[in-house]
Design a protein around this ligand. Structure first.
Ligand code: HEC
Length: 246
């Protein structure tokens, strides 16, 4: 190889590496952006259930919480949280529409329960809504994108929400460490059951409203009949975990 060729070969190699680097960098940036939007929409919908918990707990909830109502309020919450209108068209994964559809399915299925005129407290809670929406969402995306609400292993209430190995490791080694920056999501490109994926996990903390069920004294029964975890204001309560398969 003469020296000119050698220089241009080295240059070409460099260019290739740079391009590959840039491409994977922008793929990760896209995944982060999608993850932020999907998790924000998920929280925005769950917030509608929290905002209406008192009404849901009344006998006969007045048929206000229809699928359309919850979706309209979720969109408002999304705008408030992200500063932007929800745009379902701009979404190669079609995940935002899949989330709205999941919310509609869960709310339609819940109508008889929510509007029961005989029962006050019905156990229809944000975390339960979130679990149901997560399941429906996974189906709506054909398993391509999955979302779940999970928690540290030692306080998880519903076995269906247990963290997997990756989630448990992030929760223990990062989120539960005092030095970890509050509210900061963690993400990683990592195989899930042998399939390449992008994983994103967002920590969540107990606010005042959580403590009637997750607070002290530890072991005392809450209104749902479950045992309180002994959590304190600001403690890590759980995390939203997302998988985007490639
Ligand atoms: C009325 C009682 C009640 C309140 C208030 C409440 N929770 Fe829960 N929470 C539950 C129950 C019951 C479950 C189990 C849900 C299920 O079966 O999936 C649960 C589940 C969870 C989970 C999923 C992991 C697990 O343990 O199964 C997280 C995370 C969570 N709650 C966090 C919170 C946070 C944060 C708040 C406040 C913003 C809150 N909860 C308010 C009762 C409550």
């Amino acid at each position: 190889m003469n020296s000119v060729n050698r220089v241009s070969f080295t240059y070409l190699k460099f260019l290739c590496l740079l391009l590959c680097g840039l491409l994977s960098f922008s793929a990760i940036a896209d995944s982060i952006n999608s993850s932020q939007e999907i998790t924000t929409l998920y929280r925005s919908a769950r917030k509608v259930i929290s905002q209406n918990q008192a009404l849901i707990n009344e006998k006969g909830s007045g048929k206000k919480l229809t699928a359309d109502y919850v979706i309209a309020e979720a969109k408002k919450n999304f705008k408030q949280a992200s500063g932007q209108e929800l745009d379902v068209s701009n979404d190669p994964l079609a995940a935002k529409q899949a989330m709205l559809d999941a919310v509609a399915q869960v709310m339609n299925d819940a109508q008889d329960l929510i509007n029961d005129s005989e029962v006050g407290f019905k156990g229809f809670l944000p975390a339960i809504f979130a679990r149901q929406v997560g399941t429906a969402f996974g189906k709506n995306t054909g398993g391509r994108v999955k979302i779940k609400l999970t928690a540290p292993k030692k306080i998880v209430r519903n076995r269906a929400n247990r963290p997997d190995k990756w989630e448990a490791k992030v929760i223990n080694d990062m989120f539960l460490q005092a030095s970890y920056e509050k509210g900061k999501p963690f993400y990683e490109e990592v195989a899930v059951k042998g399939k390449p994926a992008f994983r994103y996990i967002l920590p969540e903390y107990y606010g005042e409203s959580c403590l009637s069920c997750h607070g002290t004294p530890k072991g005392e029964l809450d209104i749902t009949g479950g045992k309180k975890e002994g959590g304190k204001l600001g403690d890590l309560g759980g995390a939203i975990s997302l998988i985007i398969y490639k």
